[in-house]
Design a protein around this ligand. Structure first.
Ligand SMILES: C[S@@+](CC[C@H](N)C(=O)[O-])C[C@H]1O[C@@H](n2cnc3c(N)ncnc32)[C@H](O)[C@@H]1O
Length: 286
């Protein structure tokens, strides 16, 4: 039988991982139902045979490259613990820039917002957590991802998010939003990164788009005008080398005030634009 300390020392087995020690601690904590601080407080704790065999199994799967989030079935996004599975993208910290920007753009308490391609529900649920007065529609094409988003919504107890099955806008009834956000698939099918790391275990339908990764962004930008209120904003996440092309797509689709925002690594990762400014109310003539 081995102790917590002996098991943490096995992180060297995860030779392919850039976060081998952290991965090992998260998997061990998951098996023991304890946080990482506990592991360091009780390094001499001896795992039971069942715990040891469960940990050995997870470590072996991680050695084969399976994402930690798939092994534990959960991932933190924003301030939320979300259930994750192989039906959609594992939420990334990069996407928090989209949430932050959306919240800064729309300080109002009552807003109708749409999250397209909601996946696990990450963006819609983060917005709902910060703005309980907003009414949020989350749309998703994949039935399994839709069920996951609904389960996350229920677990978190948010009543201001409705989840709909829709191929982008196609199945949504005509309506207007002050804010449309999306983290759509945007990877080029020839991108070699698709053969590396966690993305090998995520569905292609969540990652890859035609026309060098831009087909879905083009479609969303072309249709969004019919669903935006005057003065409403469209925000999309994209790859760090796609910003100039996405700005062109937005401008061609009739958006104004088009701009990209940088993440903490100074990379342009989201682009936004509006379809019209709200005209200032002129004072009534006397
Ligand atoms: C990059 S993932 C983003 C998931 C989640 N919004 C996030 O940020 O973690 C893209 C999502 O868009 C969904 N999707 C792909 N094509 C779609 C379509 N035509 N209509 C609606 N959703 C679509 C995928 O199933 C996937 O869940």
């Amino acid at each position: 039988m081995a102790s917590v300390k002996d098991n943490i020392a096995r992180w060297g087995e995860l030779t392919h991982s850039e976060s081998a020690r952290l991965d090992t601690e998260i998997l061990l904590g998951h098996i023991l139902a304890r946080g990482r601080a506990w592991l360091y407080t009780w390094p001499e704790y001896q795992l039971t045979p069942a715990q040891q065999s469960a940990f050995d199994g997870l470590l072996a799967r991680r050695r084969r490259g399976e994402p930690v989030a798939h092994l534990t079935g959960k991932r933190e996004f924003w301030s939320l613990r979300l259930k994750v599975d192989a039906s959609t993208l594992i939420p990334r910290p990069d996407t928090e820039l989209l949430v932050e920007t959306a919240l800064a753009l729309c300080p109002q308490e009552k807003v109708r917002a749409l999250d397209l391609g909601t996946g696990s529900g990450a963006i819609a649920l983060a917005l709902a957590a910060e703005r309980p007065g907003w009414q949020i529609i989350a749309a998703e094409r994949s039935g399994t991802a839709l069920a996951l988003a609904e389960e996350n919504r229920r677990n978190l107890g948010f009543h201001n998010v409705e989840i709909h099955r829709s191929d982008w806008f196609a199945q949504l009834p005509p309506q207007r939003f002050a804010l449309i956000v999306s983290n759509p698939p945007y990877i080029d099918s020839a991108d070699p990164h698709l053969q590396q790391g966690d993305v090998r275990f995520e569905p292609r339908s969540a990652l890859v788009a035609g026309r060098r990764g831009l087909a879905d962004i083009e479609h969303i930008a072309a249709c969004a005008g019919d669903y935006l209120e005057v003065g409403g904003w469209l925000l999309v996440e994209h790859g760090w080398q796609q910003a100039a092309r996405v700005r062109k797509i937005f401008t061609a689709a009739g958006f104004i005030d088009v701009q990209s925002r940088r993440d903490y690594c100074r990379r342009e990762r989201i682009t936004l634009g509006t379809r019209g400014r709200i005209q200032p109310q002129l004072p009534a003539s006397t």
